[in-house]
Design a protein around this ligand. Structure first.
Ligand code: AMP
Ligand code: MG
Length: 349
């Protein structure tokens, strides 16, 4: 398949470009598009054949459900039941934006889209290109992140192309995304709201709207749940090709350990990489030292993490050592992705 590229440049021709992409989706094709979190790989959420194509293009196991994207709050009622009005309250506070809600699904949503589950994940993104595309596609676009299964989510159209060129109909290039990590997922289908994936919208933010929001305990402890609530939880994810370890503990010991391990890896003929901060980057000698930004700047860290993992791949780095970051606020999402990328390989010092 030849993949078409359309660049959204803010000109009057954008409407036409988005219209073409919408037609592809309506006809059952696949289009990658920018959102405020990461690039999504879209297909018509109500068409089972489109969902099957998404799984095939990503190489994603078909029991790992897709998020359905909408472009008007009211449209949630077509696909999901807001039993207790909690979705409405969260939507008033956080939509459009980087929050996905899990609710009991309605009949119209095919099991192919929800991995066979009786629930559906719904999100109303704030990115204007995403909103216009969803509208042009008829209102319901299933879109997981536009990476090959297991690889870091793409934050630019070029990274989408790396994984998806020749596998999908079109890539809409809307520039680099803003947030850089996937949406927060909150499950509203049970007794108590439960965060299944941390993200930009933090537990503290959700608690200001709902009383009592729990975080699934498997998120940070690294153990794979036997019966994962979000099927995505059981799969390795976000991983670079090099072997990544996270070094955690007292800051100066972390630096000493990483320096020592890099020297040992280098002596063994390996190409080494380090994920550091602006404050620490100068301390390391490795083939490639990358800073995620200033240690306290969570937004910057979230924004650069996936790009850095992909850059190490491009450079052919064999072993990567990363400092651990704070897991407060959005740091919880950052550490969740970093630990998953490392296959939970943590060195405590
Ligand atoms: P992605 O869009 O690739 O970032 O992945 C979507 C995530 O949402 C996956 O981890 C899914 O397991 C999760 N998800 C989607 N639908 C549901 C659902 N109905 N119940 C639980 N988790 C879901
Ligand atoms: Mg994903």
């Amino acid at each position: 398949m030849k993949t078409r590229y359309e660049v959204i440049d803010g000109s009057s021709r954008d409407e036409e470009r988005i219209g073409r992409a919408g037609k592809i989706l309506k006809a059952g094709g696949l289009v990658a598009f920018p959102t405020e979190t990461v690039y999504g790989l879209g297909g018509d959420a109500l068409n089972p054949a489109s969902s099957r194509k998404i799984y095939a293009a990503k190489g994603r196991p078909s029991d790992n459900p897709l998020i359905v994207h909408i472009c008007r709050w009211e449209d949630i009622h077509t696909i999901a039941e807001d039993l207790r009005g909690t979705a409405k309250r969260l939507a008033d506070a956080f939509w459009p934006g980087p929050l996905t809600m899990i609710l009991p699904k309605k009949e119209i949503v095919p099991p192919e889209t929800t991995g066979g589950l009786p629930t559906v994940a719904v999100r109303f993104p704030s990115h204007p290109v995403a909103q216009r595309l969803i509208e042009a596609a008829g209102g319901y676009v299933a879109a997981p992140s536009a990476n090959a299964s297991g690889r870091p989510s793409p934050t630019t159209a070029r990274y989408v192309a790396e994984d998806m060129d020749g596998r999908i109909d079109m890539i809409l290039d809307g520039g680099e995304v803003g947030i850089g990590l996937e949406s927060t997922i909150v499950d509203l289908s049970g007794e108590e709201p439960m965060i299944l994936r941390p993200g930009y919208v933090t537990q503290e933010m959700l608690e200001q709207v709902l009383d009592g929001v729990r975080v699934d305990e498997t998120i940070l402890n690294g153990k794979s749940p036997e019966r994962p609530k979000a099927p995505g939880m059981k799969y390795r994810h976000y991983a670079p090709r090099g072997e990544l370890s996270v070094v955690e503990g007292d800051a100066s010991r972390v630096r000493e350990t990483i320096v020592r391990m890099c020297a040992a890896a280098e002596a063994a003929g390996k190409k080494t990489g380090v994920i550091a901060t602006d404050e620490s980057a100068g301390a390391y000698r490795a083939d490639s030292v990358k800073s995620v930004g200033s240690r306290g700047d969570e937004a910057a860290i979230a924004h650069s993490l996936y790009r850095i993992l992909r850059e190490f791949d491009e450079e052919g780095v064999d072993v990567i050592y990363s400092e651990a970051f704070s897991s407060r606020g959005m740091g919880q999402a950052i550490m969740n992705r970093l630990l998953k990328a490392a296959g939970h390989h943590v060195i405590e010092v």
